[in-house]
Design a protein around this ligand. Structure first.
Ligand SMILES: Nc1ncnc2c1ncn2[C@@H]1O[C@H](COP(=O)(O)OP(=O)(O)OP(=O)(O)O)[C@@H](O)[C@H]1O
Ligand SMILES: [Mg+2]
Length: 271
């Protein structure tokens, strides 16, 4: 939320890998802001297949939830396209409290687009292939992500099974840039059955909804952390099995991170 006056929140949901849950998280997070937080929310879908915009078109309408399928803006994959997309997202943010942009990352999307966002959510499974691909992507984008106006990076483990209680593979040391680890979004049949039809917050089973809300609240909380705090934070990987220990006193700045991730510790509840 970099603008003065009324705070606007601009969230990018993107990863270069397909099928990691970009559109599912975009549409359901948009529904969370519109329904649970009663915020005027726009989902901008920059992907050609229009998964998340179709989702909002098909589901029951909510006054505060709108979509915009705008993939044509970046079709040319040239600088003019990126400039247009930037202007489009900025203009949209003047009219909505929350703007969520769903796009498959490609080099054509461009560094320039990154800096207009407050948060960048990267969904990923715990598969080594997906993690390595994300680490490589972040390595390529390191110079852009180290700029003062870069978005706050949130990595979201998605499609997580209850038996996956160890998250050592997400250790911060493996990643070239600092990030916040959100509570995981668990693998759930609800995500599949409600796909492009309805939202977890309005039609999900109670336990699935509660868990998803934990993720959403962490995103909200991350958006409220001051720029100063965010720049001094470091991600932690010890959030499995409720083992998030107090941060070492030499690094007091990380104290909020375990708090955020502790809330999402998966348990043995079958899905
Ligand atoms: N938490 C989850 N639990 C179970 N299934 C999930 C979950 N998240 C996503 N999925 C499933 O994974 C598949 C891909 O999801 P989605 O379309 O959101 O991914 P994507 O990253 O947007 O894909 P694409 O690269 O095609 O745009 C869908 O079948 C969806 O139902
Ligand atoms: Mg998609």
């Amino acid at each position: 939320m970099k603008t003065g006056g009324t705070p606007r929140l601009k969230i990018l949901v993107s990863n270069q890998k397909g099928g990691v849950g970009k559109s599912s998280l975009s549409a359901n997070l948009a529904a969370y802001f519109a329904i649970e937080r009663q915020m005027n929310t726009l989902l901008i879908d920059l992907d050609r297949q229009g998964t998340s915009s179709l989702w909002i078109r098909n589901a029951a309408p909510y006054e505060r939830l709108k979509f915009d399928h705008a993939s044509h803006l970046i079709q040319g994959a040239n600088r003019l396209g990126i400039f247009n997309a930037r202007c489009h997202i900025r203009d949209a943010a003047n009219l909505h409290e929350v703007v969520i942009t769903d796009v498959t990352w490609s080099p054509a999307v461009g560094y320039e687009l990154l800096e207009i966002f407050d948060l960048w959510i990267i969904p990923t499974s715990l598969s080594e292939l997906e993690l390595l691909s994300t680490i490589a992507l972040l390595g390529d984008l390191k110079p852009a992500l180290e700029r003062p106006r870069s978005p706050r990076l949130l990595i979201t483990p998605n499609k997580i099974h209850p038996f996956q209680r160890k998250f050592d593979s997400m250790a911060a040391q493996r990643f070239p840039v600092p990030f916040l680890l959100t509570p995981p979004v668990l693998a759930s049949k609800d995500f599949e059955s409600l796909y492009q039809r309805d939202y977890i917050v309005s039609a999900g089973k109670d336990d699935v909804k509660q868990r998803f809300l934990t993720f959403c609240e962490a995103v909200w909380k991350a958006s409220q952390i001051s720029v100063f705090e965010a720049h001094t934070m470091r991600a932690r990987s010890d959030w499995n099995a409720g083992a998030a220990s107090a941060p070492p006193s030499a690094l007091p700045e990380i104290s909020r991170v375990p708090e955020m991730i502790k809330a999402g510790t998966p348990d043995e509840t079958p899905l």
